[in-house]
Write a protein that binds this ligand. Structure first.
Ligand code: ADE
Length: 541
């Protein structure tokens, strides 16, 4: 019972206390002391600050009241009215918006029948001391005239900004005569090792319909689907010494659209970029001439077949040519970029010495991706099967010659490339001074001008299991011995027994020290170098 009474007492006390607190919290502000003389004549000019000269300080009748002062001027008669007023109610039809101010800031109100300034404030006697602000009229005039000016300025700046952005993207590019989206600047032109003109540019697709200002020069190659020209890209990039840059233009006739499209699509994959893959600049449709162009870097040394025809090479040259070729093919075949990101593996399907260009430093550049195939996961077995027996008969792997590629495994396509690469490595080796007596250049399986057909290649490669000869005399040199062993493993009849291009590249890397064993000698030039056009491609099938 005692406990019950004790609890009831404390509950009651807490309840009462909380009600009291709540009332205090929600209770209106305390009553104000304000000057409260009503309307009185005054000498206050309504400028700067004045005092009310009101001697009556009064407790406002209502707790919500605030102090108010009104300054009026009619003719020459100036009055000041001081009063208490509840801001919840209008005063002379006006809402007292400044009632929470601590000071009396007089503001002019229009339409009151006289010059009329009013303030309200909530500190004791705050309406005694008045501060006049004359911003209203002047400020509104200034504001009215400034706002359009401001809007205009913003408009001008915005338009200028967009004009600059547009100009940079389009007109600027046009001015440089390279209307391309050059997001990734790289050197495209030529010969890093040579003295030929060099300049830098970028590699990307031309998304504009505008064509590059190009002046065609000599024809430097002719293939199955297209002709290749040396050309001048006029008005070179800023900083270029010459007023143009040299590029290569591969021109496809109307009927070869599919080949142009295929090569363009392969080149358009930025992940293809590699120092041993031809640097692609852009693709163009020349609707009037019914032509399709691919614009790439130009390599004045021409293709590997031409180079080997004219030069006997040193062991070091062989090492550079062979290693770079393997690295280029390995990059194509790889399913990851050097940074480890996924990339679509690509197979070339027409690797041969005339589809490889030679750079100034004697490294190889893979080109001619007209028969290239992207091995992306979306390719169906049917699509793979329909891609058919393609390539150049002389360089076709046995399984391609007999149309028996294992379509279930994309590695099969890579293995056919490795076979063709082995033939190219043999060609390179056959022209290396380190093998002993070097004969005139001859392609694998016969003479340059003879283009063996698929049937005769079947006889040599399938029926007779023939391969280009590797004489014993070649393998006296330790490096040549290793290269020939590698070649042998790459042209194995069994595609699965062949090395991968990556493995070949690694083998070449390991051969570096052999350079020192054999001594370095520069390649000898058999025929004076000149830029000539050779009929390089062989008949398909
Ligand atoms: N022949 C084919 N393509 C070529 C290129 N890009 N540069 C030089 N000669 C070529």
């Amino acid at each position: 019972m005692e406990l019950l009474r004790f609890s009831a007492f404390w509950c009651g006390t807490i309840l009462f206390g909380s009600i009291l607190l709540e009332q205090m919290a929600s209770s209106p502000t305390t009553t104000k002391l304000c000057k409260r003389c009503g309307e009185k004549e005054s000498s206050c000019t309504g400028k700067g600050s004045c005092t009310s000269n009101c001697e009556i300080t009064s407790i406002c009748p209502h707790p919500d009241d605030v102090c108010v002062s009104i300054w009026r001027k009619k003719d020459d008669n100036i009055t000041i009215e001081t009063l208490c007023h509840n801001p919840a109610n209008k005063l002379y039809g006006l809402t007292l918006e400044d009632s929470k101010n601590s000071k009396c800031e007089m503001r002019e109100r229009k339409g009151m029948g006289s010059k009329f300034f009013i303030c309200s404030c909530s500190e004791d006697e705050c309406n005694d001391h008045m501060f006049f602000t004359h911003q209203s009229q002047v400020a509104s005039v200034i504001l009215v005239s400034l706002v359009p000016l401001l809007v205009l300025t913003v408009l001008v700046i915005t338009s200028f900004y967009w004009y600059r952005v547009y100009n940079q993207r389009h007109v600027g590019a046009k001015r440089r005569k390279t209307p391309l989206d050059f997001s990734d600047a790289r050197a495209i032109i030529m010969d890093d090792g040579g003295s030929d003109s060099s300049s830098t540019h970028a590699n990307n697709l031309n998304h504009n319909t505008e064509l590059l200002p190009i002046e065609l020069d000599a024809q430097v190659g002719k293939g199955r689907f297209a002709e290749v020209y040396k050309a001048k890209l006029k008005q070179g990039a800023a900083g270029a010494v010459e007023p143009f840059e040299t590029v290569a233009i591969k021109i496809f006739a109307d009927e070869e659209y599919a080949s142009w499209k295929n090569e363009k699509d392969i080149f358009s994959d930025a992940d293809l970029r590699h120092e041993n893959v031809l640097h692609f600049l852009t693709a163009e449709e020349h609707k009037v001439e019914k032509q399709y162009w691919l614009i790439t870097a130009y390599h004045p040394r021409g293709n590997l077949q031409e180079y080997l025809t004219r030069h006997i090479i040193s062991w070091n040259d062989l090492w550079v040519l062979g290693g770079s070729l393997a690295r280029g093919v390995a990059h194509l075949h790889s399913d990851h970029t050097p940074c480890g990101r996924y990339k679509v593996p690509i197979v070339h399907r027409d690797i041969k010495s005339s589809n490889i260009l030679v750079k100034g430093d004697l490294s190889c550049i893979l080109c001619d991706f007209g028969l290239g195939l992207r091995l992306d996961n979306s390719l169906s077995v049917d699509e793979l099967a329909n891609s058919g027996q393609v390539g150049t008969a002389r360089y076709m792997a046995p399984e391609v010659l007999e149309s028996r590629i294992n379509l279930d495994n994309i590695e099969s396509f890579k293995q056919t490339d490795v076979y063709s690469m082995a033939l190219v490595l043999w060609e390179i080796t056959s022209r290396c001074s380190a093998i002993g007596e070097v004969k005139d250049y001859e392609p694998p399986f016969g003479k340059v001008r003879e283009h063996p057909c698929v049937e005769s290649m079947k006889d040599s490669v399938l029926r007779d299991r023939g391969r280009p000869e590797i004489p014993n005399s070649w393998i006296n040199h330790p490096g040549i011995q290793l290269v020939c062993g590698t070649i042998d493993e790459c042209w194995d009849h069994d595609p699965e027994a062949r090395l991968t291009a990556q493995c070949v590249a690694e083998r070449f890397n390991e051969m570096e020290h052999l350079d020192k064993l054999s001594g370095r000698s520069n390649s000898e030039e058999k025929i004076p170098e000149e830029v000539s056009m050779t009929e390089t491609d062989e008949v398909e099938k």
